[in-house]
Design a protein around this ligand. Structure first.
Ligand SMILES: NC(=O)c1ccc[n+]([C@@H]2O[C@H](COP(=O)([O-])OP(=O)(O)OC[C@H]3O[C@@H](n4cnc5c(N)ncnc54)[C@H](O)[C@@H]3O)[C@@H](O)[C@H]2O)c1
Length: 338
């Protein structure tokens, strides 16, 4: 039984804590750490775990094998390094760092310590995306174009959104999807446009809530990643792979299979919430993580690890640079230790 501690018990952390405690049979949630006074208590009590306000306490505890990090992104890299140095296996939410150098530092620390490091690119574990990758691996040839989009349901507070958020925290998922569906290729150049179209009243303060980026890969494929913080129809995540002999499409806006036919025409419910759309993917990613821990350190091929986090972040950073520069920019090569 893998003993897991959760670090950060906000919206995503609470769901991951519940997943570990209730839907990953080989794991037991033993502790919840969150520095905000009282934040961990109710969740820990509900899930039968201990609560603490000190994340370092769970890393020092020899009774804990692995941590799930779901703190705000700016704390991730240092938490990954601290976990690695304490010999604790790490699942870290995306983005694993805010700067590429920190992603490399965290990746190197995990490798030096020989702990599993998995990053929360949950779409790789969603059934459609996984099936598409299996087909790509089966020999569909090089893609011509790959697309990925994320539209959030809205209701965000513009005061809490840093200008780069749409690249480093949202499009990072789409960037990872482009890489996942174009295995072995390296991104070389990015061109991005972004604006405040949902909240134009915040444009002068640097808000970017809508963005599109093109990513040129060294095998000739072009990726197109798109995001917006508000969609009237709910939470919309889809992707497409297009190559010489096939087009693969992933995801749907549909919440279920029901279509109502009535005097007004046809209607169907749409997905409203990420934890509904990706519930199975979130369970699969943590099941896979625990499996990697149990079967002995080092992530087996295919797991999204530190190198994937660093490579995706380099593309995201190039995206925000491209917006500032108003032109295409090269993607800086990422060098993690061999
Ligand atoms: N994979 C996905 O689909 C997905 C979805 C949502 C959020 N996320 C990611 O999960 C992370 C958390 O997002 P959220 O929406 O849960 O945020 P949140 O603000 O709801 O929760 C963050 C929690 O971390 C706590 N915290 C603050 N500083 C901390 C520290 N130093 N150590 C430990 N905990 C600390 C806060 O008190 C808060 O309870 C972000 O990186 C976000 O990008 C991923």
């Amino acid at each position: 039984m893998t003993r897991v501690a959760l670090i950060g018990s906000g919206r995503m952390g609470a769901f991951h804590g519940e997943t570990v405690a209730q839907r990953v049979p080989a794991a037991r949630l033993v502790a919840v750490a969150d520095p905000r006074p009282g934040a961990a208590d109710a969740l820990a009590a509900r899930l039968g775990a201990a609560a603490t306000t000190d994340p370092t306490a769970v890393l020092a505890d020899p009774g804990i094998d692995a941590v799930v990090i779901a703190a705000p992104a700016r704390f991730h890299a240092d938490l990954v390094v601290a976990a690695a140095e304490s010999g604790t296996h790490v699942f870290c939410e995306k983005p694993m760092a805010m700067e590429v150098a920190d992603a490399v530092r965290a990746t190197d620390a995990a490798r030096a310590a020989g702990v599993v490091l998995q990053v929360g690119f949950n779409r790789r574990f969603a059934a459609d995306w996984r099936a598409a990758r299996t087909l790509v691996d089966g020999g569909l040839g090089a893609p011509r174009t790959i697309r990925s989009l994320t539209r959030d349901p809205g209701g965000f507070d513009p005061a809490r959104v840093a200008p780069d958020t749409i690249f480093r925290e949202t499009l990072i998922h789409d960037i990872d999807t482009l890489r996942f569906l174009n295995p072995g290729a390296t991104a070389v150049e990015v061109y991005a446009v972004a604006d405040a179209l949902v909240r134009p009243d915040w444009r002068d303060r640097g808000l970017l809530d809508t963005a599109v980026m093109t990513v040129r890969f060294d095998n000739g494929a072009t990726g197109i990643a798109e995001a917006c913080f508000e969609a009237a129809h709910g939470y919309d995540v889809r992707a497409e792979w297009f190559g010489p002999g096939a087009m693969l499409s992933m995801g749907s806006t549909r919440a279920d299979g029901l279509v109502v036919h009535d005097a007004a025409g046809l209607s169907a419910a749409t997905v409203r919430y990420d934890q509904d759309l990706f519930r199975d993917a979130y369970t699969a990613e943590l099941t896979t993580f625990v499996d990697a821990v149990v079967h002995g350190g080092g992530a087996p091929g295919g797991l999204p690890g530190g190198e994937d986090a660093a490579a995706a972040l380099a593309i995201a950073v190039a995206g925000s640079e491209s917006v500032r520069a108003g032109r295409p920019v090269p993607v800086a090569p990422v060098a993690v230790s061999a």
